[in-house]
Design a protein around this ligand. Structure first.
Ligand code: 13P
Length: 322
């Protein structure tokens, strides 16, 4: 069942985080739904601009509609990840999306507010909520590349001003993460002090809290990178992402949507590299595709455990029925 992002946020806020998983094809979609049913978790399925262009937006949207039929017990929202203004309007007008993200974080504060406000007006008229971004994450994601020198943590005072002025429903804040497989070198932790300050200032507004969204949340497991490299890959073995044990403490502070893409790509790469290394005479894509669906389902169930969303499905169903 597709529900509004807003409804899921209200139920989860301060208790656990919803996994927001980027999807591009049938195999990922099947693995995602299976993993969420196995772990009894509500979730957010998100499509980036690139995912909508990869085959055709109607193709991936139809795959999601089919999954909704195949897994009638699933409860999820459909979200546009990192939209520009034009793509946001396309998704809002399509009537299919629960929420959109307008990413105008590379503009000045004033421009970011003005663009976000326009999207909020169009979205709210159709009952769709809007995620906006303030502060810039490092790393590379599709056509967005920010070098570490230009990445900056979100300023909590600015965050509150931005929420007030733009009317956004959730805020993607830069809290120490970066996109992609080449994240931190060595040891690094989330900036809990920034999350805490934003949360306190949001609470002081005296209205329903604005959830914080964490981008760049993959953990880039070392064993996954080493297995990929042992099967012919050349990924940087020193890369390391977010410690999964920090998801839940962040969720308790209001980080209600945690975006995960890279770790799922690593599962795909590991499965396919190992399969073709071990079966050099094979040319059928279905055997590794099946293994990938199983492995992706396991991966999703594991992430949902770490996010605290595992086991919440029936409570969400009951809350939605009220
Ligand atoms: P990762 O690259 O860490 O998976 O982050 C994905 C993301 O933030 C999508 O918006």
């Amino acid at each position: 069942m597709i529900v509004t992002t807003d409804a899921l946020f209200k139920i989860a806020y301060g208790k656990y985080a919803l996994g927001a998983y980027n999807i591009n094809n049938v195999e990922q979609t099947m693995g995602l739904f299976r993993g969420c049913i196995e772990s009894q978790a509500p979730f957010i399925i998100q499509l980036s601009k690139g995912a909508r262009k990869y085959s055709d937006k109607r193709m991936i949207e139809a795959v999601i509609r089919a999954a909704e039929e195949i897994f009638p017990e699933a409860i999820f929202a459909v979200h546009l990840d990192h939209g520009d203004e034009e793509t946001c309007y396309d998704c809002i007008d399509s009537g299919f999306y629960s929420s959109v993200m307008i990413d105008a974080s590379h503009h000045s504060f004033e421009e970011n507010v003005a663009i976000t406000k326009r999207v909020v007006e169009r979205a709210h008229a159709k009952g769709i909520s809007v995620e906006a971004e303030l502060g810039m994450l490092g790393g590379v994601e599709e056509d967005i590349a920010v070098d570490e020198g230009n990445a900056c943590l979100t300023n909590p005072d600015e965050a509150i001003e931005f929420i007030k002025q733009s009317g956004c429903d959730s805020l993607a804040a830069a809290i120490g993460t970066s996109h992609g497989a080449y994240k931190f070198k060595g040891q690094q932790s989330l900036h809990f002090e920034v999350i805490e300050q934003i949360r306190e200032k949001i609470a002081a507004l005296g209205r329903p809290p604005t959830p914080i969204v964490m981008h760049g949340s993959s953990s880039v497991p070392k064993d996954e990178v080493l297995r990929i490299n042992a099967a012919g890959g050349t990924l940087d073995p020193t890369a390391c992402g977010v410690n999964e044990d920090e998801y839940l403490p962040a969720a308790k502070l209001g980080v209600t949507k945690i975006n995960i893409d890279t770790d799922g790509r690593l599962v795909w790469t590991r499965v396919h590299r190992e399969f073709f290394r071990d079966n050099p005479g094979q040319f059928d894509f279905r055997p590794p595709g099946k293994t990938f669906m199983d492995e992706y389902a396991k991966f999703i169930a594991h992430k949902n455990q770490k996010l605290g969303s595992a086991g919440q499905l029936e409570a969400v169903r009951a809350a939605l029925a009220k």
